[in-house]
Design a protein around this ligand. Structure first.
Ligand SMILES: [Zn+2]
Length: 331
């Protein structure tokens, strides 16, 4: 893996100096949440703890006789049906944590690098079905800078994956970009969905994750509910945490939170799916009808080509893309 350092490094430059490096971040204090898993319907306790520099994000199954740590990496992803599930090293037959993507999306939105997440079951609570509850939780705990440079993964050349053709075509792509921008197009051929915005773009240097993306809820189709429940999925889902559409309309009494909430939720999911890298991307992501599986394959394809990326740090945070030093500050 190539390494590059950007900016001018004065000897001993630290957090207190002008031209401070762009630093890793963790939580200021421990915070706690309780809720139901959207698929399992199981009540789960979540405890989010500060962690030292270079820890990354680690889930810890504390309900097992011997607690099991599951560091989040692209290769820990072991199942992508309906949600992103991880296990140690991605191996089957191991303890798992399911539906990590909304919490990881919130971590990306707040620029958090290091966190240990104690969990007492197999699935992260769905809370309100979006990332907004996690953003609130994390901001309430506070975010602090650490004495270590934040490492970005900069994409150096386009990487693209395509699957299917015609009506089944989907694709996802990463391209070089000085910043982090995501564009997503959905196509459900459904009147209630297609009447909303089908294409959404979000640039971390221009928008505000908390305001523009975090509140978009997960969504599902009423006709699929029976089939999902018979497979033991969606057991914790309700109109309190899922936007449900029947053949023609949204069933939730309060309607949508954003005019383009469906496509925005796909951006929210993609941010969470890409956050499993453990390093924020400097790249433009674009996708058509992608999902958890294709997003994970895209990361694996990127990492399989050492000439496609490098790790960079910013000795002077002013040289980072606009807004990254102030990324959704909680202080
Ligand atoms: Zn989602």
């Amino acid at each position: 893996m190539a390494k590059a350092r950007l900016g001018h490094s004065a000897a001993g430059a630290g957090l207190a100096d002008n031209g401070a490096m762009l630093a890793q971040r963790t939580l200021k204090s421990i915070t706690h949440a309780v809720g139901l898993g959207v698929h399992s319907g199981q009540k789960v306790d979540l405890t989010l703890r500060p962690a030292p520099p270079d820890t990354g994000i680690v889930f810890r199954r504390t309900d097992l006789p011997v607690p099991v740590d599951i560091p989040v990496t692209p290769f820990a992803v072991s199942d992508t049906r309906m949600a992103t599930t991880i296990s140690p090293g991605g191996r089957s037959g191991q303890p798992t944590v399911q539906t990590i993507e909304h919490l990881l999306s919130a971590c990306a939105g707040l620029g958090l690098d290091n966190l240990v997440i104690d969990i007492t079951g197999e699935e992260v609570p769905v809370l309100d079905g979006s990332a907004a509850s996690f953003v609130y939780l994390l901001q309430s705990a506070g975010v602090v800078k650490q004495e270590a440079p934040k490492r970005f993964l900069r994409v150096l050349k386009p990487v693209e994956l395509r699957e299917g053709e015609g009506a089944t075509l989907k694709w996802a792509r990463l391209e070089p970009y000085h910043g982090y921008r995501l564009s997503f197009e959905i196509e459900f051929n459904h009147p209630a969905v297609d009447a909303t915005g089908r294409v959404v773009s979000f640039d971390f240097s221009e928008g505000q994750y908390k305001r523009d993306i975090a509140r978009a809820r997960t969504f599902g189709f009423a006709k699929d509910v029976e089939a999902m429940r018979s497979r033991g999925l969606g057991l914790g889902g309700s109109l309190d945490n899922v936007v449900v559409v029947d053949d023609s309309r949204v069933l939730n009494a309060d309607g949508l939170r954003y005019a383009d909430e469906f496509a925005k939720h796909k951006i929210l999911d993609a941010i969470g799916d890409l956050q499993v890298l453990g390093q924020p991307l400097l790249a433009a992501y674009s996708a058509f009808k992608s999902g958890h599986a294709l997003n994970n394959k895209l990361l694996r394809a990127l990492l399989a080509d050492p000439s496609a990326f490098e790790t960079v740090t910013f000795d002077d945070e002013k040289l980072a893309p606009v807004g990254f030093a102030q990324l959704a500050p909680a202080w």
